[in-house]
Design a protein around this ligand. Sequence first.
Ligand code: SIN
Length: 335
Amino acid sequence: MRKWLLAAAAAAILAAPVMVPVSASADPMIIKFSHVVAPNTPKGQAALKFKELAEKYLPGKVTVEVYPNSQLFGDAKEMEALALGDVQFIATSLSKFGKYTHKTEVFDLPFMFKDMEAVDRFEQGKVGQSLLHAMENRNYLGLAYWHNGLSQMSANKPLIKPEDAKGLKFRIQQSDIIAASYAAVDANVQKLAFSEVYQALQVGTVNAQENTWSNIYSKKFYEVQSDFTESNGRVIDYMVLVNAKWWNGLPKDIQAGLSKAMKEATAVNNQIAEKLNADAKKKIMDSGKVKIHELTPAQHAAWVKAMHPVWAKFTDKIGKDIVDAAVASNNPKTN
Ligand code: SIN
């Protein structure tokens, strides 16, 4: 009987799961960072810099896996995946949050910012910083803004006057304000995920688009459009987002290391964005495949005038205080 009891006790010990305390675990935490653009863009480079710095500041504690080009999740799924914890970091275009908050739609108002310095002043100012928390009630927390740049229009004909856009079908991001901007010049739109744009332009599902030079170059849109207009019509920047509950539940040392890496990767992103866009524009010009049209001040003013009525339609929804702060950022002295 005693022998039998000893054997049973030994078997029970062997079958028991081995409980390793979390802090003693040898495995680094895997952090997935998913985005939709190519690595040779401002966002692509910044995500890689974040990986490098996070792994440097938290050696053996975290491994950051970066998934570019919608490899892991495309536009339609990345917010959902963040909510479910299938990915830990995303850096989503500011024009894709309309489903969650109207506040960030201020970035979509046509010709809101005269240049990237104005965008930066707004993002770093009190109101811009408050928008990083605009989706916290949905458990999304913004850690930083990353610049890309201003958008340029293209079609298979010159777009010089607002009337030139009449009847065209623009691929746009998921934004009602962008849709209204093109409706104001009698154009049609189709909201499409970024990963679908090249093919849609190629087969003619759409025949016009707007994006930054770095996105246009890295995704080869210049192979399937003949004429580009330097319109600088809208900012395409990003909010780096985490799942708020996940972030707030991280061990303090991990959160501090990731915050430091994010701060430095953000600085790098914002230093290189302008140059990457200028280089991309030059490569597109050098390809000899397309014409790039620069607008005269009067031509530019005509586009601004044609699209401006959109502001009145959306200002109350966004919040007048937010729109006013964005307008004020165009004047360096009032910021
Ligand atoms: C991006 O830059 O993340 C994509 C923007 C777009 O969908 O056009």
